[in-house]
Design a protein around this ligand. Structure first.
Ligand code: ADP
Ligand code: NI
Length: 215
């Protein structure tokens, strides 16, 4: 299935190549690599579905494409054009339409197949750690958010629209990133998420020491 994976990678590249919010091909390649590491520990999962969904997972995201419904249609048409079973296409579509954190805010956590659980964990691991810190700052910069403002408290979001508006870079740690370890699916994912969260907590300790006390 290497030929199909190469075509899938090319499809993703065409959509995300100009992204400047931390969702370009380097994010995708890391999610693929992390998915491969998790696959080693979950030998019963379908490797093709995992890798295809890892490559495609951000090609229909509302924050990255102008028209989500159109992006879903386009992707369905593309998958139908490949030499893949219809049931496989359907599983890939289901996974990438249900793995996002932002969807969980209103819809709750979906039950995903093992393949879906692996890709969701890989995407969430790439939101954490040193890479996660930089991606969050990069996204905040692209959106014009402040780095930090002690007067703006972290928000417990109940609407996707408010979540998309966001607040500050540091608040995003509390509003999303630190919630992730409890929401991981696989043993590998949970361990790695906790390890990365600890690193981020140490980073924040240093950060707060450096930030001047203006009260
Ligand atoms: P999902 O794709 O699972 O819905 P998100 O849309 O929440 O996930 O975000 C993916 C990544 O984009 C985050 O991990 C973070 O790096 C960045 N990001 C999203 N929203 C914000 C925000 N409000 N502030 C800073 N970074 C954000
Ligand atoms: Ni992603």
């Amino acid at each position: 299935m290497q030929k199909e994976l190469d075509q899938i990678k090319e499809y993703t590249y065409n959509i995300l190549q100009n992204d400047t919010t931390g969702h370009s091909m380097d994010h995708i390649e890391r999610v693929v690599a992390i998915s491969q590491a998790i696959l080693e520990t979950e030998p019963t999962a379908d490797a093709f579905v995992v890798l295809a969904a890892a490559y495609l997972h951000d090609t229909i995201d509302d924050k990255l494409v102008e028209d989500e419904a159109q992006a879903v249609e386009d992707l369905r048409g593309f998958l139908d054009s490949l030499a893949i079973e219809p049931a496989t296409c359907q599983e890939i579509m289901y996974i990438i339409q249900h793995l996002s954190f932002s969807k969980e805010i209103t819809a709750g956590k979906e039950t995903l197949s093992l393949s879906g659980q692996i890709v969701q964990d890989a995407d969430r691991i790439d939101a954490l750690g040193a890479v996660g810190i930089l991606r969050t700052a990069y996204f905040g910069g692209a959106k014009g958010h402040p780095i930090y403002d002690p007067a703006i408290k972290p928000i417990d979001y109940t609407s996707k629209k408010d979540y998309r508006r966001g607040s500050t870079v540091i608040n995003h740690f509390y509003e999303k990133l630190f919630l992730l370890p409890d929401r991981m699916n696989t043993t590998y994912g949970k361990q790695e998420a906790l390890r990365r969260k600890t690193f981020m907590e140490n980073f924040l300790e240093e950060f707060y020491q450096e930030w001047p006390d203006t009260d």
